[in-house]
Design a protein around this ligand. Sequence first.
Ligand code: ATP
Length: 206
Amino acid sequence: MTSLAQRFTVGLTGGIGSGKTTVANLFGELGAALVDTDAIAHQLTAPGGLAIAPIRDHFGAAFIDERGAMDRARMRGHVFGNAAARQDLEAILHPLIRSETVRAAEAADGDYVIFVVPLLVESGTWVGRTDRILVVDCEEEVQITRVMQRNGLQRHEVEAIMAAQASRFARLAVADDVIENNRESAALPELVQALHGRYLELARAL
Ligand code: ATP
């Protein structure tokens, strides 16, 4: 267990289908500790999750299903177009996501910590919290092709998801480091290896 203040930390982000998971896994193979914030958010509202009791208290038992998980479909319907309800849900979830990600990072083995945060730019609270921000970047056309293939979605469905995310420009504006992942090529491991070397140097210099 190492206090997060003494660990070198990187926030990794990128648009849908940019290759965040692919890149994060390559860093993981080299010895970085990975903390997946989406997985943590999901666990909080799964059966036995820390958010279940406060959600039941605030929104009512109808929002908890028979397995003891948050009823996602019902909650989605409830907060859709209801800013106050959405804020209440976020007021429950965000502090828990924050404390649980810190806990996971402090408990993780690894030369340094990479937080994988798909909505790092959108959430606002991550910028300034890590030593570096790494953006996995690719052309929008590449994102569309990948996600259509992977998820079996129509072009307009992928475009709608992308329109709801931060722009490529907004992500690049907060980046300290960028990994370009346009081509389905073998160059990615080399790019990751080079940046990993740099992060190790920075981690040792802490
Ligand atoms: P999401 O935000 O949707 O979770 P992501 O940013 O984590 O996506 P990945 O899941 O890593 O992206 O990649 C999206 C798809 O593109 C996957 O099917 C992955 O295998 C493929 N892919 C990503 N980068 C490359 C690459 N350099 N070469 C070949 N395939 C790739």
